[in-house]
Design a protein around this ligand. Structure first.
Ligand code: CA
Length: 226
């Protein structure tokens, strides 16, 4: 699994990182909340291990920010604080699990395994493909080969609507209804804005066989060939 470890206690971070890598996981480390926010936006992770007490933002604020942005990656909170009220706050903020320090490494591995099974991600997860562009449903990401970008909740829903009908023109009103819901009463060109975001992420992957094109006056079409 690709893991993000957010922990400011260096000896603990080093020991956990080493142990997890020995288990075959790929581990990235952040030592503060600001770096963690940026890192999880930049790369898709299977599970995030998040310390509660960080030097800048506390882990709970970081978790809240991720969930507000639609990041659905499972998060295990690590903390020395064992109080019930704080545990509840962690779950309310969107934590999937909670591990009080100190914990046995085997316990962490067991929790990771349980979350991975529940998430159903990786090769066994749902995916849609247009050309060489792959939409990973459990990971909420777009990928081409080994390159992968995470999508926000809106971008993911938009991509889902386009991947569901490759080659077809999907209209603005269809996308509004499907992604923003029938009660949406804002500006309809919000669709154009999000198509722009999605197109930028697709461009980052530089797909050879897939293109998201504008069909003037009608809508957008995700095609398998240029
Ligand atoms: Ca800490």
């Amino acid at each position: 699994m690709r893991l993000l470890l957010v922990e400011d206690e260096r000896p603990l971070a080093a020991a956990l990182g080493r142990g997890l890598r020995e288990e075959g996981h790929q581990v990235d480390l952040c030592e503060n909340g600001a770096d963690a926010l940026a890192q999880a936006r930049a790369l898709p992770y299977d599970v995030i291990l998040l310390d509660w007490g960080l030097p800048d933002l506390d882990g709970l604020s970081v978790l809240r920010a991720w969930r507000r942005e639609g990041l659905q990656t499972p998060v295990i909170m690590l903390t020395a604080r064992g109080a019930v009220a704080e545990k509840v706050a962690g779950f309310d903020a969107g934590a999937d699990d909670y591990l009080p320090k100190p914990f046995a490494f085997e316990e962490l591995l067991a929790r990771l395994g349980a979350l991975a099974r529940r998430g159903g991600g990786g090769a066994t997860g749902l995916r849609a493909q247009v050309g060489d562009l792959v939409l990973h449903v459990p990971r909420r990401s777009l990928a081409r080969g080994d390159a992968e970008v995470t999508l926000t909740a809106r971008e993911f829903d938009l991509a889902g609507a386009l991947f569901a009908r490759p080659g077809d023109v999907v209209t603005r009103s269809e996308l509004l209804g499907r992604v923003w819901g029938p009660d949406f009463d804002g500006e309809p060109n919000v669709v154009d804005v999000y198509v722009g975001y999605l197109r930028k992420k697709i461009a980052r992957l530089a797909p050879e066989g897939a293109v998201l094109e504008t069909v003037r006056g009608l809508g957008w079409r995700l095609r398998a060939e240029r």
